[in-house]
Design a protein around this ligand. Structure first.
Ligand code: BGC
Length: 752
């Protein structure tokens, strides 16, 4: 009996000791069985993405190929059962072949609305703001964060990457782009998309090309000569592509020189696929596809978000021979090779909650580098910890503004400023959202010794009165921007100019903080002591701004876009607006987006815009036309000062431009040192172009030698007649300094 009991005890102990092991092995086996993807010949990661794509194509039916080439609607109008993750677009999976669905989300400055987890997305400072950091590493981190959050929210492709140059700075999407210089914009956007792709997510560049205004964007025909296009707007795409190797390029709504961008052979095939060696796929902007045969021949690989042309119509075109199987396979190959090259096939997304704290931290760091100090008379800034400060206007008691449209990153918990009453389904899309991040609170935390209050500014007399009684008055002014609209003018909206004038008249220590997505004109500039451009500063914008205003952070951002004195100085003083037939009224159509999309697909009567300013975009326009500006490209103040000396230029495969930058002030800072070149007269170029820059961190009193490599292709011009890039022989003047209009150092070199 005793022996039997011992045996039982031993058996029980053995069971309890061994059970967890067995259980673990059992679970592991089940889990492995569940997660181990089925192996296909194209699962072999030793093969190139192209070889893997070809293996899949050999097994595909015509229907499967076509399935990969179009979307299935949007969250509010899908066809049949939907695999959509809630983003703006997707392609269906092909389970038989193990091909995953491509889940796409807009993510210009963070992952947008859509998936349920979208409310955790980080709203970074807007793209133009980030460009003002001139910091490729920050751009990479910016993209890296977007890529991580996309994956966490179940997406494997971004629809971000806007890099259009603001030929029309009143464009309602200027905030989504990277400024006016092709080298700066292309570099910054390239690093953003490189960061996105480092997460196994397909990167994107858009809107290809010449989509420089929103008014009548589906109908406008942009007229521009080849050389101007190649050296400016397309150059930005080329540079972004060479850095990022983005897997996708989105063609734009508008026509270019007569053909829709999405059926423009020159743009899609001659330039993008041949000259730029783009090996990813081209997808149409939403409703930007207008044909099957012409678009296919031109180089469009995928229609989004629907299948007006790349579904049944494409099938018929292939069956009739109007589109050859080889051409079709070419499109499918590009989509598949991107799925393999990006990691989307080998590393399926696993959803999780994004790390909102880490996101906020990065957003704050980037905002600190992006905010630009434009005016600081008599050292009105940084603020000291004492006295009274009144903040006026701009909802600075509760929030900071964001940019709208498809780029809108929803404010967590909803917009903190009550939205106007909803009028239709596109309401959220077209109304301002304010992030819950209070400048009043952030500034009070930095200045515990000061008495800080807030006033809406709605009552001008009350504003003047409060300003008069305060030591310092800070007016928060803003300009909301969104896709689907343009700004009628660069003047601040409603009565904000009047508010600033009133406050400035009451208090000489008036500072204006701007939250805008484009440049703003400043009729009051001589009357205020300080101006700070905060852009749409993101989820920790208030903290970053408080850091700048109080000097905890020394400002280092510099303008990636010129601030003109007035609309009259723009290349097109009056915004080109479409005739009514070319601008259907979405609201009058009952807000039915499916109907709207199909109308777009049918096409609208074109109207013209001519970019006859040609090569003169942004600062090159003001330089060439000798127009004085409010604040030039590349300009930004600091709480310290810098001096430049000893410019030398060495000729080699690349030019090496070196000089010394000295911090001549009393505190540490980061100076963005800029290098420009004036090309020989025979090149017939605008007076100068940016050819390089460096961010130089300097302690007080420190000086450092800076060396910048300038590859020769930064000095070439595009010859439209021979369709090639040329280095014009002659004298090149190399200029260095702290902004496009502060270039004291110059040296001439002769290039053969
Ligand atoms: C915009 C694109 C965007 C797409 C999907 C279009 O209206 O122009 O930038 O990616 O919608 O939301």
């Amino acid at each position: 009996m005793k022996a039997a009991a011992k045996l039982l005890l031993r058996a029980t102990c053995a069971f309890f000791l061994a059970a967890p092991l067995f259980l673990a092995q059992f679970v592991q086996a089940q889990f492995a069985g569940m997660t181990k993807p089925k192996q296909y010949p194209w699962s072999n990661t030793a093969l190139s993405p192209d070889a893997r794509a070809d293996l899949v194509i050999q097994q595909m039916t015509l229907d499967e190929k076509i399935l990969l080439m179009h979307g299935q609607g949007m969250p509010f109008f899908t066809h049949g059962p939907s695999e959509s993750n809630g983003g703006a677009g997707f392609t269906e999976a092909i389970p038989r072949l193990g091909i995953p669905s491509i889940q796409m989300a807009d993510s210009a400055y963070g992952v947008t609305r859509g998936a349920a987890a979208g409310r955790y997305s980080t709203a970074l400072p807007n793209d133009l703001a980030a460009a003002c950091s001139w910091d490729p590493q920050a751009a990479y981190a910016y993209g890296g964060l977007i890529g991580r959050e996309l994956r966490a929210e179940g997406y494997n492709m971004t629809l971000g990457g806007g890099v259009n140059l603001p030929r029309e700075p009143r464009d309602g999407r200027t905030f989504e782009y990277m400024g006016e210089d092709p080298l700066l914009a292309g570099t910054m956007d390239g690093y953003v998309e490189k960061g996105v792709q480092s997460n196994g997510v397909i990167g994107d560049l858009k809107h290809y090309a010449m989509n420089d205004q929103e008014s009548g964007r589906n109908a406008v025909n942009a007229n521009i000569d080849k050389r101007s296009m190649r050296e400016t707007d397309l150059r930005a795409f080329q540079i972004a592509l060479s850095i990022s190797h983005a897997g996708a390029v989105m063609c734009s709504y508008n026509r270019v020189n007569g053909d829709y961008s999405c059926e423009n052979h020159y743009l899609l095939t001659d330039v993008l696929k041949k000259d730029f060696h783009f090996d990813g796929f081209v997808l149409s902007d939403w409703g930007g596809t207008h044909s099957a045969v012409k678009a296919s021949h031109a180089g469009l690989d995928m229609e989004q978000p629907d299948q007006y042309f790349y579904g049944e119509a494409m099938k018929k075109a292939v069956q009739s021979g109007a589109v050859s199987e080889a051409e079709l396979d070419g499109h499918v190959h590009r989509i598949l090779r991107t799925i393999f090259a990006s990691g989307v096939f080998d590393h399926p997304t696993v959803t999780s909650v994004p790390d909102a704290d880490a996101g906020a931290k990065l957003a704050e760091q980037i905002a600190e580098k992006s905010i630009v100090l434009l005016k600081n008379e008599d050292h009105v800034l940084p603020l000291t910890d004492g006295g009274t400060v009144v903040l006026i206007g701009g909802h600075a008691d509760v929030g900071v503004l964001t940019g709208g449209g498809s780029a809108q990153v929803d404010a967590p918990g909803g917009t903190v400023v009550a939205p106007p009453a909803p009028k239709g389904p596109m309401d959220a899309f077209m109304h301002p959202q304010w992030l819950r991040d209070s400048p009043l609170r952030a500034l009070s935390a930095e200045l515990p010794g000061a008495k800080i209050s807030y006033l809406s500014g709605d009552d001008l007399d009350a504003a003047a009165d409060a300003a008069r009684r305060a030591d310092v008055a800070i007016v928060f002014a803003y300009q909301w921007e969104s896709e689907g609209m343009d700004l009628p003018t660069l003047n601040l909206a409603s009565a904000q100019n009047q508010l600033i004038e009133t406050v400035a008249a009451a208090n000489p220590k008036t500072i204006v903080v701007l939250e805008t997505g484009s440049p703003a004109t400043m009729p009051w500039i001589d009357k205020v002591a300080g101006v700070v451009e905060a852009w749409y500063p993101g989820i920790r914008g208030a903290e970053a701004l408080a850091g700048i205003l109080t000097g905890k952070v020394n400002p280092s951002g510099k303008l990636a876009i010129t601030f003109p004195k007035s609309d009259a100085d723009l290349p097109h003083p009056t915004l080109v607006t479409p005739p009514p037939a070319s601008q259907p009224n979405f609201a009058a159509m009952g807000g039915d987006i499916s109907n709207f999309m199909s109308m777009m697909a049918k096409g609208l009567p074109p109207f013209q815009t001519s970019y006859d300013e040609k090569l003169e975009v942004g600062y090159t326009w003001y330089d060439a036309e000798k127009k004085a500006v409010l604040f030039p490209f590349g300009f930004g103040l600091s709480y310290t000062t810098y001096a430049y000396a000893d410019l030398a230029v060495e000729k080699g495969d690349a030019l090496t431009v070196s000089f010394t930058v000295k911090n001549t002030g009393k505190r540490a800072g980061t100076e963005i040192a800029e290098v420009y070149a004036a090309l020989p007269a025979a090149a017939q170029e605008p007076p100068k172009r940016l050819i390089g820059w460096s961010r130089v961190e300097l302690a007080a009193g420190e000086s450092r030698k800076v060396s910048i490599a300038v590859p020769r292709d930064r000095l070439t011009i595009y010859d439209g007649a021979s369709d090639s890039w040329k280095l014009v022989p002659g004298a090149y003047v190399i200029l260095a300094g702290g902004s496009s209009q502060d270039l004291d150092l110059r040296r001439t070199v002769r290039l053969p």
